[in-house]
Design a protein around this ligand. Structure first.
Ligand code: BDR
Ligand code: CA
Length: 330
């Protein structure tokens, strides 16, 4: 297996249409895997590369999962950079109670047909952002370790980041603790760095992703596509649904990470509000809490918003988008 080489600026012109250049930073993860398919399927975005981080599972697992999903989708042209194997200052605590030990339990995935990019996630981000003819949108849907490391390592390239659309945080709930959402909780120091970066940040938190339920009936629609990708994702979503049935009594799963990609598509699915977001970096009970103050337009000067925060999503359109994304692959 040879590592794939990132595409250069020549790949920018796609049928004359302007596409948002994105890098997906992820820890696959069931919902990460669907976010990846959505980013690959849609014409509104051009996926420059995928970077992986430890979170839902160890880095070895999340990287292998990313490579396997790209192999399944037949998109072995997308470079994958393996990133941080632990948070900046904390020890890693995987979410195997949600995603299983491998991070992507429930289905048989192909053996990866590609290797990771040899220099790793931060270098891959620098290479792709430096080579891009337009500013690049980062879509981090795991702990924010890689993004924080990139911002510190390449301050001059940070100005070429158009937007950072984060899946993480919440206005009013938690999932790993009563106070915090998993991605922010895992590496709160990295998250604080990103919210303080001065780049345009959107926070797609649990308040909106918990509205984005993909039901078991929706999963069966994927099976009835009668494709390998459809069958794999139907199985994955059946596994993912177990945790949400036990924990919340839901008949489906929130596809958290795909909401961040859906927002970047700019199809008007996700409603956001300006806000001031601070990340709690203290210990235990408040660790990783996002303190969100929604800012009225009249108060913008006084409260200096540092993010847009997702508050609502059109679930039906979101589900249709995901079904169509899965249907785009063999
Ligand atoms: C987030 O945590 C992970 O388990 C999911 O992949 C998602 O990114 C939701 O809290
Ligand atoms: Ca994730």
């Amino acid at each position: 297996m040879r590592p794939v080489v990132p595409a250069g600026p020549a790949a920018d012109a796609a049928g004359g249409r302007r596409r948002t250049a994105i890098i997906l930073d992820c820890d696959p993860g069931h919902d990460d895997a669907l976010a990846m398919l959505l980013a690959l399927a849609r014409p509104e975005v051009r996926l420059l590369g995928v970077t992986t981080v430890a979170g839902n599972a160890t880095l070895a697992h999340t990287t292998r999962n990313a490579l396997a999903v790209l192999t399944l989708a037949g998109r072995t042209d997308i470079p994958v950079g393996a990133g941080a194997d632990r948070p900046l200052r904390r020890s890693l605590q995987v979410a195997d109670h949600v995603h299983g030990e491998s991070g992507l339990e429930g289905a048989e995935l192909p053996v990866p047909a590609i290797d990771p990019w040899p220099e790793g996630a931060v270098e891959l981000m620098a290479h792709l952002i430096g080579a891009s003819s337009e500013a690049v949108t980062l879509v981090p849907v795991g702990p924010l370790t890689n993004v924080a490391m990139f911002l510190d390592a390449y301050p001059t390239l940070a100005g070429r980041i158009a937007h950072i659309c984060v899946m993480g945080g919440a206005i009013g709930e938690g999932n790993i603790t009563p106070a915090a959402e998993f991605n922010i909780w895992q590496d709160p120091e990295a998250a604080a760095r990103v919210f303080a970066s001065g780049r345009p940040v959107t926070m797609i938190g649990l308040d909106v992703t918990h509205q984005a339920l993909f039901t078991l009936a929706d999963a069966e629609r994927l099976r009835s596509l009668a494709t390998r990708t459809g069958a794999v994702f139907a199985d994955l979503l059946r596994y993912f649904a177990r945790f949400h049935a036990d924990r919340y009594g839901w008949e489906g799963s929130p596809i958290h990470d795909a909401v961040a990609v859906a927002h970047v598509l700019d199809l008007g699915l996700v409603e956001t509000r300006s806000a001031r977001v601070e990340v709690e970096t203290g210990d235990e009970s408040s660790r990783g809490r996002t303190i969100v103050e929604l800012v009225d337009p009249a108060d913008q000067e006084r409260l200096a918003p540092n993010a847009e925060v997702g508050v609502r999503i059109d679930r039906e359109r979101f589900v249709e988008l995901l079904v169509a994304a899965v249907a785009a692959f063999p």
